[in-house]
Design a protein around this ligand. Structure first.
Ligand code: 13P
Length: 273
């Protein structure tokens, strides 16, 4: 089937009390592996792409591969721009075939976040594309966490028309220095007041039990990037150690690496079901 939007999978997932994995891919092998994993698990999949890959042709190349894979896949697949940084970037993503976008204006004052997100939402919806916005702020690495507020969530959703809402409930992007403790009470309050699916950024390293609690509060999309990409690189290192100076063509060299990614993605998909 063609690539679908968030609306084809997330509201049903929220209703069913399930989470859908959104994996960040950056090349053919990571894309291929997460699609394979989702097919084996018979689960819907969100493939997302870092905004920096929109700086050249990579985001479009990934889109072409994703569309091709989706066409013959046995499961629905969404292709999503992750952390879009401007309305221009949202337009670019739509133009090259992304069926879903995020605009992240969470570092701006609340009213400006609303203004830019609403503008991007209007553009996305005109093209039949879904959109995710963020309130509060989930930082990268050592940045400051700004927790989401339930009243702001209600206002933001009403004024922007987003299809999914990324909330800050104690996660960060990247590896944690100590185990995270999600603010489940906050997630529950937001989930009670906001009907659209919630999104958890910073899925790397969050214990499964806490992920399950967040899902029970209305989180339906769980973003995972660092752990998957780090595994890809570490597994290449394993292959280099194993093979030494021996020449092996790139596709064959990366096959066992791809298999490890499939195994990892399957375990994550299963943990969220
Ligand atoms: P991690 O890199 O911490 O898994 O977060 C992924 C993410 O939220 C992408 O937007």
């Amino acid at each position: 089937m063609p690539l679908v939007t968030l609306n084809e999978i997330l509201p049903a997932a929220r209703k069913a009390g399930c989470g859908v994995a959104a994996f960040n891919v950056a090349n053919m092998e990571t894309l291929y592996a997460v699609v394979r994993a989702a097919e084996i698990e018979n689960s819907p999949l969100i493939v997302q792409v870092y905004q920096r890959l929109f700086g050249d042709e990579r985001a479009a190349l990934i889109a072409a591969m994703a569309a091709k894979l989706a066409k013959r896949a046995t499961i629905p697949i969404v292709l999503h721009l992750d952390h879009g940084n401007s309305v221009e970037q949202v337009k670019k993503a739509i133009g090259i075939g992304y069926t879903s976008v995020m605009i992240d204006c969470s570092s701006l004052p609340f009213n400006e976040n609303i203004k830019h997100t609403a503008e991007a939402a209007k553009i996305a919806h005109q093209s039949g594309v879904t959109i995710e916005g963020e309130i509060g702020h989930v930082p990268f690495g050592d940045g400051e966490v700004k927790l989401s507020d339930a009243a702001e969530a209600v206002e933001f959703v009403a004024k922007t028309g987003v299809d999914a809402l990324a909330v800050s409930i104690g996660t960060i992007h990247g590896f944690y220095k100590k185990e995270p403790r999600l603010d489940i009470e906050r997630a529950r309050e937001i989930g009670r007041k906001v009907a659209i699916p919630l999104v958890l950024h910073g899925g790397t390293g969050v214990p499964e039990e806490q992920l399950r609690q967040a899902i029970a509060c209305g989180v339906a999309k769980i973003n995972i990037a660092t752990e998957l990409q780090n595994l890809f690189i570490r597994e290449i290192a394993v292959e280099i150690k194993k093979n030494g100076e021996k020449f092996i063509p790139v596709d064959l060299y990366l096959k066992p690496v791809e298999d490890k990614i499939i195994e990892y993605a399957r375990s994550k998909i299963n943990a969220l079901k």
